[in-house]
Each structure stands twice: as structure tokens, then as C-alpha cells.
Design a protein around this ligand. Structure first.
Ligand code: BTN
Length: 263
């Protein structure tokens, strides 16, 4: 697959000589963290055909069978405070939508904060993790995208809420070309992250299918019902609860569900 990725990436792409391909790893994010601690530079890319312990947000697992999905992580180093990077997952979401649109000719929506969704089913997820090294802050952006799966390839527990590129288009996309497009989009995102934060967040609000929805916010054992009314510039969700009070919800803290469906 590495040959196919490189074939579809411009030879002078700044990240092209920093791509590492693995047949099988526990988790590209976990390995990327280790590599980042050992000094791997900005733009280091890890791609795996299969993961044995793929991870999602809030400690969930991300099933990653071989030959099916896209599992990749990118190491991004910034000389910034962590608070300046709060919108990174949203920016990646917008550019991952761009990549999907360019390959599949359909634009998915984003379920706040990090899931790409098409026709109410999950197509992809983003797991952003920050680590602090002696030389500043390092973000690991992990992307998992269902590519070649048919419904029967998904675990029964997620079959009704998962979709894939193949299920959407009735064709098998070229995974190498797809990954190359994602890398180009993430590189463009990297150039816009701080200079065009408002434009990125304006596009995020357009893509975000959670806005305007009735939502249930799960915090510990309690669930509170309200309406998602805005996404702030740092990616936090503004929710108006049924009793009228408003709360800013940060993605690391809560699980959010549409009250009437997966979205
Ligand atoms: C989510 O659904 O909450 C995010 C899923 C992110 C999965 C990707 S696959 C590549 C990278 N390695 C991981 O262990 N997780 C991310």
C-alpha cells in the first residue's frame, strides 16, 4: 500500500519522506506517541493495514481489521500553548470531509466533535492526543476511516450505525489514493490552523450535523437533555438545556448523543 500512497502523492510533498507503513500495530496513535517522545519530526506519518488495539475517544475501542479500513496517525509539532490547539480536531474534521468529498463525490457531515457521518451512520473518527515534550507541544492526529467494509464485515454491535466508502459508492476506492488525499488535506489544514481559524470554524459549523439537534449530554451517570446551539471558536459545544440554562461542553469530558438517532 505504501507504493500506492507515494504514487498518488506529489514527489515533493513535505511529508512524503516521513511516511512509515506497518502491516500490524496495536495502535498507530500509541506508536506515534512513542516516536514523538523519541524526536520524530513534524509531519511524521504512520499508516497501518491492521490494528490490534485501535482506540477511539473516551477510551472506546476502534475495531481495525486488515484490508478494510484506513488507520493512520500524523505527528504535528507546534510552538504554542495547548489552549491554542483546542480547535485542531475540528480543523481536521473539515479537511477530512474535503478528502472524502474529493474521493467519493459526496460530503459527509460531522457529529460533534470528531465523527464523520453519512446518512446517519459513522464513516470515520478522529482521535487527537496531545503530548508535552521538552521541545514544545506535540499533537498526534489519528484517523480511522471505514473504507472497504460491507455490512457483514462490521461487528454486530456497530453494524446498524456504521458505513463505509464502499457502501456509500458501491465501488471499492483505492486506499492508497484515499490516504494520499487525506495527507494532502491535512497538510493544507496545518497551514491554515492558526491563520484561518475563523474560516475553518465557519466551515465546521456548516458541516456539523449536531447543531440544532436535541442532544443528551452524558456526564458520569447523569444525562441532561437540551439543544446544541453553537460551536465556539475553540471547538466547544454550546448547549441550551430544557430548563433554559446554557453550558459550554468540551469534547474530552462528555459523551453526547442525538436523542432520536445515532447523530
Ligand atoms: C473515534 O471514533 O472516537 C476516533 C477513532 C480514531 C481511530 C484511529 S485509527 C488510527 C488511530 N490509531 C488509533 O488507535 N486510533 C486512531
Amino acid at each position: 500500500m505504501i507504493e500506492s500512497v507515494l504514487q498518488h502523492l506529489p514527489a515533493d510533498h513535505p511529508w512524503a519522506d516521513k511516511i512509515h507503513f506497518f502491516d500490524c500495530v496495536e495502535s498507530t496513535n500509541t506508536l506515534a506517541k512513542e516516536m514523538a517522545k523519541n524526536g520524530a519530526p513534524h509531519g511524521t506519518v504512520l499508516i497501518a493495514d491492521r490494528q490490534t488495539a485501535g482506540r477511539g475517544r473516551l477510551g472506546r475501542s476502534f475495531l481495525s481489521p486488515g484490508g478494510m479500513g484506513i488507520y493512520m496517525s500524523v505527528i504535528l509539532r507546534y510552538d504554542r500553548a495547548a489552549t491554542d490547539l483546542m480547535h485542531l480536531t475540528c480543523a481536521c474534521g473539515v479537511h477530512l470531509c474535503n478528502a472524502v468529498e474529493s474521493i467519493l463525490q459526496v460530503r459527509p457531515g460531522i457529529k460533534w466533535t470528531n465523527d464523520l457521518v453519512y446518512e446517519k451512520k459513522k464513516l470515520a473518527g478522529i482521535l487527537t492526543e496531545l503530548i508535552f515534550t521538552g521541545s514544545g507541544i506535540c499533537a498526534i492526529v489519528g484517523i480511522g476511516l471505514n473504507c472497504n467494509q460491507l455490512p457483514e464485515d462490521f461487528d454486530p454491535t456497530i453494524r446498524s450505525i456504521a458505513t463505509s466508502a464502499t457502501m456509500i459508492t458501491k465501488q471499492r476506492p483505492n486506499r492508497g489514493q484515499f490516504i494520499a488525499q487525506i495527507l494532502q488535506q491535512l497538510h493544507t489544514m496545518d497551514g491554515r490552523l492558526f491563520a484561518q481559524q475563523e474560516e475553518l470554524m465557519a466551515q465546521y459549523r456548516k458541516d456539523c450535523i449536531t447543531l440544532g439537534q436535541s442532544v443528551s449530554i452524558l456526564q458520569g451517570d447523569t444525562a441532561e437533555h437540551g439543544t446544541a446551539i453553537d460551536v465556539l471558536s475553540d471547538g466547544a459545544l454550546l448547549v441550551r438545556f430544557d430548563d433554559g440554562h446554557e453550558q459550554i461542553v468540551n469534547s474530552g469530558e462528555v459523551s453526547i448523543h442525538g436523542m432520536y438517532s445515532y447523530v
